[in-house]
Write a protein that binds this ligand. Structure first.
Ligand SMILES: CC(C)(COP(=O)(O)OP(=O)(O)OC[C@H]1O[C@@H](n2cnc3c(N)ncnc32)[C@H](O)[C@@H]1OP(=O)(O)O)[C@@H](O)C(=O)NCCC(=O)NCCS
Length: 198
């Protein structure tokens, strides 16, 4: 399995998710909008992003840190307008058959408008079936109830909550961090072809 997933074919992913296209990002996708996303108070609160405005060059350099083999960075694009609205990261550990995923719907007007709901199934299919990984993992601040609740509703498990594990950039307070996972087996049990969302 591992050998197949280090092939160059995996470095240029593109797949269709209804109204959205998901594809591998390159440094050319760095944008001023992306910098604005990271400065958004809601994103800072949800993800505990440091209160410093990133530049487009820093974002391009960030994109280049992804080898797109074990460290994947995929953009989410609205097909109707072509707009880049967010991104996924996957830190894959093929030896352990697991991957840590992160998601940001960056454009505020797209948040809470069904983007995750529209793309989560195709994303999980790619993760479990194409990448062949057995366990999807995520971390979320316990205060980020939106993501924690929707993951639990979709069959994820909170494996552990690390108490006072993260220092809040805004206040210096210590925040609880949830470690969550979803197994391929659990996902497949809930997702017979073409019935339920992830
Ligand atoms: C959290 C986030 C990924 C959700 O994506 P989204 O496209 O906005 O979500 P959707 O509109 O598809 O809704 C998904 C679920 O979240 C719920 N939800 C979304 N926004 C919500 C809000 N503001 N308040 C309450 N529930 C909300 C929806 O009701 C839906 O619930 P369901 O489990 O019953 O289906 C996105 O809003 C985001 O990127 N937020 C900032 C960064 C972040 O928190 N990332 C997660 C890091 S682990």
């Amino acid at each position: 399995m591992a050998a197949a997933h280090t092939s160059t074919a995996q470095t240029n992913v593109s797949f269709d998710a209804g109204e959205y296209l998901i594809r591998t990002l390159t440094a050319a996708d760095a944008s001023d909008r992306w910098a604005v996303w990271m400065a958004d108070p809601e994103v800072r609160h949800s993800l505990n992003v440091a209160p410093r405005r990133m530049t487009r060059v820093e974002i391009a350099n960030y994109i280049k840190t992804f080898d797109q083999r074990s460290s994947l960075l995929w953009g989410i694009f609205a097909k109707r307008t072509g707009a880049h609205i967010g991104f996924f990261t996957v830190q894959a550990d093929y030896a352990r058959s697991q991957g840590l995923v992160n998601l940001l719907v960056g454009e505020p007007e797209y948040r809470n408008h069904g983007v995750l709901s529209a793309i989560r199934r195709q994303f999980a299919e790619y993760f479990f079936d194409t990448l062949g990984l057995r366990t999807m993992m995520a971390t979320a601040l316990a205060r980020n109830e939106i993501i924690v609740n929707t993951l639990l509703k979709a069959g994820w498990t909170i494996n552990q909550t690390l108490k006072q594990n993260v220092v809040d950039h805004a206040t210096g307070a210590k925040l609880d961090l949830c470690l969550l996972s979803l197994s391929r087996k659990a996902w497949r049990a809930r997702n017979k072809p073409k019935d339920r969302p992830v």
